[in-house]
Design a protein around this ligand. Sequence first.
Ligand SMILES: NC(=O)C1=CN([C@@H]2O[C@H](COP(=O)(O)OP(=O)(O)OC[C@H]3O[C@@H](n4cnc5c(N)ncnc54)[C@H](OP(=O)(O)O)[C@@H]3O)[C@@H](O)[C@H]2O)C=CC1
Ligand SMILES: O=C(O)[C@@H]1CCC=N1
Length: 270
Amino acid sequence: MLEKKIGFIGCGNMSKAIIGGLVASGQINAAQIWVYDHKPETNQAMAQQYGINAAQSAEEAAREADILFGAVKPNVILKVLKEIAGALNKETLVVSIAAGVTLDALAMALGHDRKIVRVMPNTPALVNEGMTSVTPNALVTSEESDEVLAIFNSFGKAALVPEYLIHAVVGVSGSAPAYVFMFIEAMADAAVLGGMPRAQAYQFAAQAVKGAAQMVLETGKHPGELKDMVCSPGGTTIEAVKVLEEKGFRSAVIAAMEQCMDRSQALSKS
Ligand SMILES: NC(=O)C1=CN([C@@H]2O[C@H](COP(=O)(O)OP(=O)(O)OC[C@H]3O[C@@H](n4cnc5c(N)ncnc54)[C@H](OP(=O)(O)O)[C@@H]3O)[C@@H](O)[C@H]2O)C=CC1
Ligand SMILES: O=C(O)[C@@H]1CCC=N1
């Protein structure tokens, strides 16, 4: 069980996924969670849905929390953290989920004596399948890093990464659910073209993606070898593979992720 009190400033897509994942994991009592969003209706809805505490202000969430999540958009996080810095206890761990906001920039906003962790989660946290990178600053102890890892491991997988790798993490897991949803949507459209009812097409496409991902994770085999296992000589799959190669499927994915990583780099310089 997690013992500490956890606060959230900003309660949008990602906070909802983390709070939903945390509560569903059974690793924390809902009464240990405080949330503050500047929209009162969001606070009330979260308090009602999960039985967590709705703070009246960002300062209140900051005062209550042992671990405080900054979960607003990158363009407002530094302003928000500057405003609440005075309300933090000396030992409070501040966890930023903002894409492209560096540990240095966070320390400038909060003070250089603050324990700060940069994390990059993703929305599958909501269904216990999150993937999160964790990057602590030098003041965070290994026990504290382990606590943050434990939070994210309670609804998925989490791993320590050095800060320079966060752009790659944004590309390969933070933003990645969006491209996978597009892939599933496109596969389902094709199944509908083949005559399948729409709802069934989403189920078949999503389960195929889930099962294929599970094979990569569980068999330890190279993805190319797993692909070869599906391609019967002269069969159907190799025809599809040929068209994907002709249309530049893999290079499109690589180019898209390169652009995503470039944007993450640009955000961290702005
Ligand atoms: N969505 C994702 O998949 C991922 C997002 N991230 C990062 O997570 C962060 C949040 O993203 P996401 O959850 O998608 O964003 P959202 O816009 O969905 O959530 C942010 C929430 O914070 C509210 N807010 C804005 N300003 C304040 C303030 N001053 N005080 C309190 N609440 C405020 C927003 O309200 P309003 O709507 O009125 O602006 C909104 O409800 C970003 O920094 C992003 O980079 C990281 C990994 C994955
Ligand atoms: O699109 C974004 O900027 C955020 C960061 C990772 C996922 N969503």
